[in-house]
Design a protein around this ligand. Structure first.
Ligand code: PLP
Length: 392
């Protein structure tokens, strides 16, 4: 047999994509399944963004671009980071990649040696631990349960740091919980990190614009300016502009780290898609009010789903600050149904209620489920009714 590399054994396929596949399979077999597993907005990409892509094709922008992104897109990203975040970056402090996901993988590949530790607050986005393992790092998970609104404390952060810690992940607003850190909370985490100059922060801001708190969005570089030269801000157009398929993300951070990430990208995938880059310029420079109706819909669905969940036996759901996810505690329901764990709960829900959701353990916190409300209100109403019938 052909040998497979050890690194393949270290990682597992994405469980969220697995749920989507399972739901599709059951649908194909004739079952009526409502998918609440999706990790992407259900809206179409705005017209002016599509038009920019079509124009780029017609203008012949169909060739290789600079590895780290076109000058026009880098300029639009610089302007965005200044406008929304008050952060200044030079062009050589920015790298455009094929999605925020590639930015994060480039980052870990650029800074980790074998055995280096990466702090990952749980519940976490499913890919962080596997990306770390793929790049020879060791994930160090901090548990942040519902009682602390799924956010780590400065004390927990300090306790997790060792002399092998190289990277700390922060994701606010969070996939899977929808919780966002306040600026003051980030500043308090920053106070701890200031004591450890070898640590780099990976700030995953991909849900920045899907936020409904009174306080505006903040990341750790904004909350703690002294940490800016040790923070890599990662963001993209996928979630904000409903552009998941276009595959454009970007990283902004210290020049030396960005240059290393660029070097890796130059020997792996080269530049991201030229047409998608042109579309992303239109997204970032264009009318920002296109996000308004999407945000409004997500908030309305959030309110509906959280209320409906809290009306079910054995389910307890805290409100989210943003994103299109909530992360109910279903421990009571698991017990009442005589099930083993949250994986069995998800199985039960897809089989008995025809509702596909992702078990919390996929995100590092058992006894929960992630519900995505990136689907129509009609689907959500039907899904909540069916779940309630099964749970009482
Ligand atoms: N970071 C988080 C927390 C996400 O949820 C996702 C997508 O699900 C990404 C990054 C990846 O985004 P992109 O589509 O830009 O690769």
């Amino acid at each position: 047999d052909i040998q497979l590399a050890n690194r393949v054994q270290r990682i597992k396929p994405s469980p969220t994509l697995a749920v989507t596949a399972r739901a599709a399979e059951m649908r194909a077999a004739g079952h009526d399944i409502i998918g609440l597993g999706a990790g992407e907005p259900d809206f179409d990409t705005p017209e002016h963004i599509k038009a920019a892509a079509i124009k780029a094709i017609e203008n012949g922008q169909t060739k290789y671009t600079p590895v780290d992104g076109t000058p026009a897109l880098k300029k639009a990203i610089q302007a965005k980071l200044k406008r929304d975040n008050g952060l200044d970056y030079e062009a050589n402090e920015i790298l455009v990649s094929s999605g925020a996901k590639q930015c994060l993988v480039n980052l870990l590949a650029a800074v980790l040696n074998e055995g280096d530790e990466v702090i990952i607050p749980a519940p976490y986005w499913v890919s962080y631990p596997d990306m770390t393992l793929l790049n020879d790092g060791t994930p160090v998970v901090i548990q942040a349960g519902q009682e602390q609104r799924f956010k780590i404390t400065p004390e927990q952060l300090e306790a997790a740091i060792t002399d092998k810690t190289r990277v700390v992940f922060l994701n606010s607003p969070s996939n899977p919980t929808g919780s966002a850190y306040t600026k003051a909370e980030l500043a308090a985490l920053g106070e701890v990190l200031l004591k450890y100059p070898q640590i780099l922060v990976a700030s995953d801001d991909i849900y920045e614009h899907i936020l409904w708190t009174e306080e505006p969005f903040a990341n750790i570089a904004m909350a703690c300016p002294q940490l800016k030269d040790r923070t890599v801000v990662v963001n993209g157009v996928s979630k904000a502009y409903s552009m998941t398929g276009w595959r454009i993300g970007y990283a902004a951070g210290p020049q030396r780290v960005i240059a290393a990430m660029k070097k890796i990208q130059s020997q792996t995938t080269s530049n991201p898609c030229s047409i998608s880059q042109a579309a992303s310029v239109a997204a970032l420079d264009g009318d920002q009010s296109v996000m308004g109706p999407m945000l409004k819909a997500f908030k309305e669905r959030h309110d509906f789903v959280v209320n409906a969940l809290n009306d079910m036996q054995g389910v307890d759901c805290v409100t989210a600050d943003g994103t299109f996810y909530c992360f109910p505690n279903v421990a009571g329901a698991i017990k009442a149904l005589g099930l083993k764990d949250d994986v069995a709960f998800s199985e039960h829900m897809i089989n008995e209620a025809g509702v596909a959701l992702v078990p919390g353990s996929a995100f590092g916190l058992e006894g929960h489920a992630r519900i995505s409300y990136a689907t129509s209100m009609e689907n959500l109403q039907k899904a909540m009714e069916r779940m309630k019938k099964v749970l009482g």
